[in-house]
Design a protein around this ligand. Structure first.
Ligand code: NAP
Length: 287
């Protein structure tokens, strides 16, 4: 019998997760299939009940269920609890346990591919949604000391700043500011940042702001690393603007693969074949 793992979200469209997860499963010749499970909020409880059945090993969880799924699980790992979102479910001894691998997935490419040194760094983080929460957790835990949260809705940035300082030991000694995207100080924060992260949806294909960027080339210093978590398209307008400014860039696909690799390791207790997973994405054309 073939076992099952899959991705829960809605809508799922053309997701890359089955491509690189199946490549990892096939690499180890595991008799598992990675499926897409498009699920509305109404259908979520019955899908979680199905995962409890024989043959299912767990799941990945994406927009819009990362928060509401938590109430349907038996245990939540501490990292996921602190971040406030679950993106991975593991079935263990008949229990469903929720994990968050987004923070790991965010940090790994930053350290290993971009060779960024977070200790003492100044970071401008654009956004205060789910992806920004994981990035904020990872950055503060890695030793970032100056963090500016810039978001369209100020109250969301303020809440993220307050929760971080309340729940994260490292955040207590860090300086965390929050501003709106329209704040005139954004310019100064952007120009003086060692790292700028886009964790908003701006630049996403199929959205009404697909061709937009929150920062223009003149707002970016050539000494800055610009990391866009948007992965479709691979090269967003923000990354093009950063290149025009002479800055280094990091795209969102490696985060996607690394968060999936960490999920794979939680499910199978085997080292994820990162090169195989990355390579599987190379030939994929996004629609
Ligand atoms: P989310 O929870 O819905 O948050 C969306 C964020 O974007 C919020 O900060 C929101 O601001 C902001 N935003 C939305 N529309 C905007 C607009 N028109 N102008 C300015 N700001 C706007 O979504 P998410 O899960 O954080 O995902 C955000 C992006 O990260 C998506 O593109 C997603 O694909 C990407 N992502 C990538 C990975 C990866 O592995 N590379 C993982 C997760 C997410 P408000 O607070 O004002 O609404």
């Amino acid at each position: 019998m073939t076992g099952l793992v899959g991705l829960i979200g809605y809508p799922l469209g053309h997701s890359l997760s089955p491509v690189f997860q199946q490549a990892a499963l096939d690499y180890y010749e595991l008799k598992f299939k990675y499926e897409l499970w498009p699920t509305t909020s109404d259908e979520l409880p019955s899908l979680v009940s199905r995962i409890r059945e024989f043959g299912y090993l767990g799941a990945n969880v994406t927009i819009p269920h990362k928060v509401e799924i938590m109430a349907l699980l038996d245990e939540i790992d501490d990292v996921a609890k602190t971040i406030g979102a679950v993106n991975t479910i593991v079935k263990k001894d008949e229990k469903l346990i929720g994990y968050n691998t987004d923070a790991f997935g965010f940090l790994k490419p930053l350290l290993e591919l971009a060779k960024f040194k977070p200790s003492g760094a100044r970071v401008l983080l654009l956004g205060a949604g789910g992806a920004a929460r994981s990035a904020c957790y990872a950055l503060l835990n890695a030793g970032v000391t100056h963090l500016v949260l810039a978001n369209r809705t100020l109250s969301n940035a303020e809440r993220l700043a307050c929760e971080s300082q309340k729940f994260l030991e490292n955040a207590k000694s860090a300086q965390i500011n929050f501003v709106t995207l329209a704040d005139p100080k954004l310019n100064t924060y952007a120009r003086s940042a060692d790292l700028i992260v886009n964790a908003t949806s701006i630049g996403m294909r199929h959205s009404s702001f697909a061709q937009e960027s929150l920062l223009m080339p003149q707002q970016i210093s050539e000494d800055t690393l610009v990391y866009d978590l948007v992965y479709n398209p691979r090269e967003t307008q923000l990354l093009r603007n950063a290149k025009d400014a002479g800055a280094r860039t990091l795209e969102g696909i490696p985060m996607l693969v690394y968060q999936g690799a960490e999920s794979f390791e939680l499910w199978f207790k085997k080292k994820a074949p990162i090169d195989v997973m990355m390579h599987a994405c190379d030939g994929e054309q996004f629609k």
